[in-house]
Design a protein around this ligand. Structure first.
Ligand code: PEP
Ligand code: MN
Length: 264
């Protein structure tokens, strides 16, 4: 079902009116790693909207490496995202970690994210195949492209064909960046599948200074959009501060991408 051989036409995913896929203007998803407070998410939402972002991101359920760190505001976080959507009109993207929470997250989110750590949570994928909301499926940090596409197949097999693939870097021997951004997967996956492909340069690099250059590289490689973390005070962020853009950094990124989009 994911293969281009059986489905030559490109799939365009419609996220509350924002169209993502081949032939559409590449989109920018901006927002904090996690929703931390009403002030933080509203401030960020208004700022990214003003800069021209297409969607707002923010985690309410956070898949943290250890159990003693901030795990997200859960349903309260979803409610704050809904407030931010009302305030700005931006559709919202947020992660769902367990099959039990699919119905709850789907009540609030316009695009449901499957995190890298859950790419092969097959019960979750099946459950997401049964809803009628678009899914952003992130590549597992140790997943081959074949495994990534097979994971997407689980969602399509249940009847939901609104799936966006997202490269977020993979584990390699290199430790200078948080992950290794596999940009070649973008044109390769576009040859193999009709699904839209996005890139997350924030988790891929782990370093704020690399986010803008790799966002530009992603669009040049043919990505249908980028997913970027931005925080009003990255040094105080409860997660992923070092890779989060500051407001001026995000504004500069958007200015660069606007210029680039005119040349693509
Ligand atoms: C995220 O987008 O906040 C996230 C946790 O990403 P990943 O699953 O790619 O690590
Ligand atoms: Mn993050």
């Amino acid at each position: 079902l994911v293969s281009r051989d059986f489905h030559p036409d490109n799939t365009i995913v419609d996220v509350a009116g924002v169209k993502i896929g081949e032939g559409e203007r590449p989109v920018v998803v901006g927002g904090p790693c996690a929703v931390e407070s009403e002030e933080q998410i509203l401030k960020t939402a208004r700022f990214v909207k003003q800069c021209g972002a297409d969607l707002l991101r923010g985690g309410a359920f956070k898949p943290r490496t250890g159990p003693h760190t901030f795990q997200g505001l859960r349903e309260e976080g979803l409610k704050l995202l809904a407030k931010a959507r009302t305030a700005t009109g931006l559709p919202i993207v947020t992660e769902v970690m367990s099959p039990d929470n699919v119905a709850l997250v789907a009540e609030y989110a316009d695009l449901l994210q499957v995190g890298a750590r859950n790419m092969q949570n097959f019960d979750l994928l099946r459950e997401l195949g049964r809803i009628r909301k678009p899914i952003l499926l992130k590549r597992g940090m140790s997943a081959t492209i074949e495994e990534f596409l097979a994971a997407a197949e689980y969602i399509l097999a249940e009847g939901n064909d609104q799936v966006i693939l997202c490269e977020r870097g993979i584990r390699t021997f290199e430790t200078a960046t948080r992950n290794t951004l596999d940009l070649a997967m973008v044109p390769l996956v576009k040859e193999l599948t009709h699904l839209p492909v996005m890139v997350d340069p924030s988790h891929a690099t782990g370093k704020r200074s690399l986010v803008t250059p790799m966002s530009k590289a992603a669009l040049v490689a043919g990505a249908h959009g980028v997913l970027v973390e931005v925080h009003p005070e990255p040094e105080k962020a409860l997660s992923d501060g070092p890779q989060s853009l500051t407001f001026p950094g995000f504004e500069a990124l958007m200015a660069d991408l606007k210029k680039l989009r005119n040349c693509l």
